[in-house]
Write a protein that binds this ligand. Structure first.
Ligand code: ATP
Ligand code: MG
Ligand code: MG
Ligand code: MG
Length: 463
């Protein structure tokens, strides 16, 4: 007999039919004569209730049906009287596929997220992480759908690269070990190394993405990104996933429109396709989650310049607002507490901030006429701070070379990049969205380590 997924069993109404379900026991309760088993197979947050008359089953088997055990159940689909679901399964046959001893680390309800991080391999089986990772999957689908529907090409940029796109020195180097030659784990000097030069894991696919956009018109990347972040924050990972659309002939206003439309589409997708999981998270994690998501898709994002944002922050300080990092005036990089103040307290809406001072942004951004600001367009979100970093790119060859030199970077390292400006240069713009920051927002989770299956952070690379 073919197994039916629990998500499908719960939709059936052909009572009396025989069904086969398999999954992990969430709980078992009951009396001497009857057992009620809540069974989950990961296809939905919901459990199907299995009803078993104890006398029909072996006593040892019943003893083994504990939280976490894996079982296979054949039974009759019946209309449920009171399990909270419309249907339940009256068991005729139960097979134990995998017992679960009492030292199962996910045994207890309500364990802290910090505790569960130590068991990233087992936390996946809890309700919360099931909900988070189903939503994560759905967001990936939404992203591909959005770009496909809008005529973007999915474009793969290299993971191993020689360019530091952000110039922030946060790259992990890729080297080979000289085991074969010397038998010892020695680093090979770069000139003799596999690639013959210094190679690193990508911090952003943007520069290569620009090559795609200036040929295919509109592309997006969606891949793993690596940054040797020293910061131990709830919003930074050493390995995260980034979505980077890049579009030819796009100006700053169109870029802001794209950023806003894209995020709203993803959030609306979650509301349309992940309601069961969202309702669970709304109950367990954040009582305002669904209301927040609904308001984000409805309201226009605030658009303001860095100068205006700074002024608001300075006035707040005058009125007694305390920040951990002081507001030091023009040229300061805003920290997430400043960004969140603007979004959560001042505007109570997402903000797109533009025209940042050149010195705090990357070399590739287009300078404004004033010579001191750049056409950056970051999106700031409640609970998150920066969720998107975007900009119009400098398309003028001389200006770009000037910026590279002024920053002490090597022009020769960017020959291929500069070729896009040398040969048929075109205005273009794009942004980077941190996938996990989007998942943080959509799930209401607090720590970025809890929205990626196997988090990589300083001093932590299990599995
Ligand atoms: P932050 O200021 O938060 O460090 P950033 O300005 O360094 O971010 P960008 O280089 O603009 O980040 O990258 C684009 C997007 O990638 C960011 O807006 C953010 O959503 C995401 N991102 C950046 N660094 C990380 C990280 N270490 N972990 C997870 N997401 C990240
Ligand atoms: Mg950073
Ligand atoms: Mg930033
Ligand atoms: Mg940024």
């Amino acid at each position: 007999m073919k197994r039916t997924k629990i998500i499908d069993v719960l939709k059936r109404t052909d009572f009396g039919a025989e069904v086969l379900v398999k999954g992990w026991v969430r709980t078992r309760r009951g009396s001497k004569s009857v057992s009620f088993i809540a069974l989950n197979d990961g296809s939905t947050i919901k459990n199907v209730q299995i009803v078993a008359d104890n006398e029909k089953f072996d006593e040892d088997l019943l003893k083994d049906i504990t939280t976490g055990a894996c079982i296979s159940v054949t039974g009759t689909l019946v209309e449920s009287q009171g399990s909270g679901q419309a249907v339940e399964v009256q068991a005729t046959q139960i097979e134990l596929l995998g017992a679960c001893p009492a030292d199962y680390p996910m045994q207890k309800k309500g364990q802290s997220f910090e505790y569960m991080r130590k068991y990233a391999h087992l936390r996946l089986r809890t309700n919360t992480f099931g909900a988070v990772f189903r939503i994560r999957h759905n967001m990936a689908m939404a992203i591909h759908r959005y770009f496909h529907e809008h005529g973007f090409c999915y474009f793969n940029t290299p993971i191993i690269t020689a360019s530091d796109a952000e110039g922030a020195g946060e790259m992990f180097q890729v080297t080979t070990l000289d085991l074969a030659r010397t038998g010892k784990e020695e680093k090979v000097p770069y000139d003799r190394d596999f690639f013959g030069k210094k190679a690193s894991l990508t911090v952003s696919g943007q520069l290569e993405g620009e090559l795609g956009a200036t040929a295919l018109g509109a592309i997006y990347t969606f891949g793993p990104t690596f940054r040797a972040e020293n910061s131990n924050t709830p919003r930074h990972l050493a390995e995260f996933w980034m979505i980077e659309p890049e579009v030819a002939f796009m100006d700053q206003t169109e870029l802001m429109d794209l950023e806003e439309d894209f995020i709203k589409y993803c959030v609306q997708w979650a509301l349309d396709y992940c309601m069961d999981d969202l309702e669970f998270l709304n109950k367990m994690i954040d009582k305002n989650l669904i209301a927040t998501l609904q308001s984000v898709v409805k309201e226009d994002f605030v658009r303001l310049t860095y100068a205006e944002g700074l002024q608001i922050l300075e006035e707040a300080v005058k009125k007694g607002q305390k920040f951990e990092f002081p507001i030091t005036g023009w040229g300061m990089d805003l920290s997430s507490e400043h960004e969140r103040y603007l979004v959560e307290t001042h505007f109570q809406r997402p903000v797109i901030m533009t025209n940042y001072p050149s010195e705090i942004k990357a070399f590739y951004m287009k300078k404004n006429e004033d010579g001191k600001t750049m056409q950056g367009t970051d999106v700031l979100f409640p609970r998150i701070g920066e969720i998107i970093g975007g900009s119009v790119r400098e398309e003028n060859y001389e200006k770009l070379v000037g910026e590279i030199e002024a920053r002490g970077m090597e022009e020769k390292d960017y020959g291929w990049y500069l070729d896009t400006r040398k040969y048929g240069s075109c205005p273009h713009a794009g942004f980077g969205l941190g996938f996990e920051r989007l998942i943080l927002f959509v799930t209401g989770m607090q720590n970025i380590r809890d929205v990626i299956p196997f988090p990589r952070t300083p001093k932590s690379a299990e599995f």
